[in-house]
Design a protein around this ligand. Structure first.
Ligand code: IDP
Ligand code: MG
Length: 150
C-alpha cells in the first residue's frame, strides 16, 4: 500500500527479489524482469551477487536446521544471482502472486515458478514474504545509495 508522510511525498511499497541460479543459468533473467515490469512494478535497485554460505545462513535462517539446507546452499551458490529492489503499489503481495507457491510443481501455469521452475528448490525467484521481511532483506543486500528514486 502507498503511504504519505506530510512534506515528504508518496512512498511506494518496496520488496526484495532475487533471480536464483536456475533463472540465471537458463537465461531467464529478462523474461522474469519483463513480467515484473508488465505488472507495473518498477526496478529501483539491481545488482549481480555471488552468494556465500554465510549469506545463505542469514537469508535462509528459517531453514538452517532442515535436511535440505546444505543442498539449498549448494544450489544458491552455484552461480551468481541477480538481486533487485522492486517498487510499486502492494509490491510485496504482487510479486509473491506473480511468483506462485514455493513448489514449482504445484505452481499454476502463468506464474513464474509454474512456467519456469523445476521443483521445490529450483524455483527461479525469491520474493520477500512481508513488508517487514522486505525491509530486512533489502538492508542485507543494498546500501541506501544503491536504491534509486525516479
Ligand atoms: P519461498 O521462497 O516461497 O518464500 P521458503 O519456505 O521461504 O519459500 O523457502 C525458501 C527457499 O528454500 C525456497 O524458495 C526453496 O528454494 C527452498 N526450499 C523450501 N522448501 C524446500 C524443500 O522442502 N526442499 C528443498 N528446498 C526447499
Ligand atoms: Mg520465504
Amino acid at each position: 500500500m502507498d503511504y504519505q508522510v506530510p512534506g515528504l511525498g508518496v512512498f511506494m511499497e518496496k520488496t526484495f527479489v532475487m533471480l536464483k541460479p536456475d533463472a540465471i543459468k537458463k537465461g531467464l533473467a529478462g523474461e522474469v524482469i519483463s513480467r515484473l515490469e508488465k505488472a507495473h512494478l518498477k526496478i529501483v535497485g539491481m545488482k549481480m551477487v555471488q552468494l556465500t554460505d554465510e549469506i545463505c545462513r542469514e537469508h535462509y535462517a528459517h531453514h538452517v536446521n532442515k535436511p535440505f539446507f546444505q543442498g539449498l546452499v549448494k544450489f544458491m551458490c552455484s552461480s551468481p544471482i541477480i538481486c533487485m529492489v522492486i517498487e510499486g503499489e502492494n509490491a510485496v503481495e504482487k510479486v509473491r502472486e506473480l511468483a506462485g507457491p514455493t513448489d514449482s510443481k504445484k505452481a499454476s501455469k502463468g506464474t513464474i515458478r509454474g512456467d519456469f521452475g523445476t521443483d521445490v528448490q529450483a524455483n527461479i525467484i525469491h520474493a520477500s514474504d512481508s513488508r517487514e521481511t522486505a525491509e530486512v532483506e533489502i538492508g542485507r543486500f543494498f546500501k541506501k545509495d544503491e536504491i534509486f528514486h525516479y
